[in-house]
Design a protein around this ligand. Sequence first.
Ligand SMILES: [Zn+2]
Length: 376
Amino acid sequence: MRKKVSLIGSYRYRKLRYTNNHPLRIPRVSLLMEFLKAMGLLEKEELVEGREASPQELLLFHKEQYIKALEECDKTGKVSREYREMFNIGTYENPLSPAMWKGSLLATGSSVQAVELFLEGCVAFSPAGGMHHAYPSRANGFCFLNDPGIALQSLLQRGFERVLYIDLDAHHCDGVQDFFYESDRVFVYSIHQSPEYAFPFKRGFFEERGSGRGRGYNLNIPLPRGVNDTEFLYVLEKTLPLVVEAYKPQAYVLQLGTDSLLEDYLSKFELSNWGFLKAFDMIRSLLGEGIYLGGGGYHPIALARAWALLWCRMSDREIPEKLTAEAVKLLKSVDFEEFEEETDRSYMYESLLDRPREGQIRREIKELVEKVRAEF
Ligand SMILES: [Zn+2]
């Protein structure tokens, strides 16, 4: 018998978008759902309608005053200057839009559902989740509610003692890291663009190893621009087993932001979706099934293709070689303009799997891996 596998999504996201000038104005979860259907990769019973998070769930991570402010601004359609300054909402980065409260609430509930389904023995993916930058009482980096933090907290609440959080997004998970910085019950492991040149700039350095009881339970691997598949997989292969061996996690939550792909214009990494898939395979072969969340990703076509690949793995499907005519039509209908107009991206409309983007492993990356090894 095939194992039960669930994609937690909703077409409600079509109406819960960010403002028109925002990188997250694009379709993501609804596009993934339509794309999988057009490819014949999603059965009706595999699709689980997302639900909104409850106030109790939000309070596992967030401050009440902040939650109330989000709700109030959503209702009135206005953000006061006081709230803007206090909570960092109503800004260009974190604008007032249907995504701010209703969309975030749905994404957060969906990530808690992923935890619940996982605990029932199901493989569950919440692609709307992974909003790792939000703070308890402050929006940050396009994120309002920290669903990975809430998912982790809900595991702890259910009695888990050692949970590993793995973050593959091109950006460091500052909101998650800071929340669990003094805890030994969550180990935060992140590979990302160095804060020397990328958001969130103030967090994500190697030296941040946790404090108090949490000392040693935080590991950042900040990398230079232009990381290729070979380098990314090398780092993962040489460091993650050390963490798993030392920490012996009882469960793990995996953030699968697709902004580390070459096509993504908001990051400087150059992964192919082949490399991204390999990273996912490596993690699963090391740790078994986990709780899978989405994350960043600002190129809708690259995002839909990459998450569709992971979905094939989660649901034990063969990876189709070609895109169906219906799928091509769907991708071509997406309202999105390439940043670099001259670049040939026709391959994205031909097959699902990219050719590997392999290369040399730079010396600075090898040295960083040695530094990590010396810590264990
Ligand atoms: Zn990101």
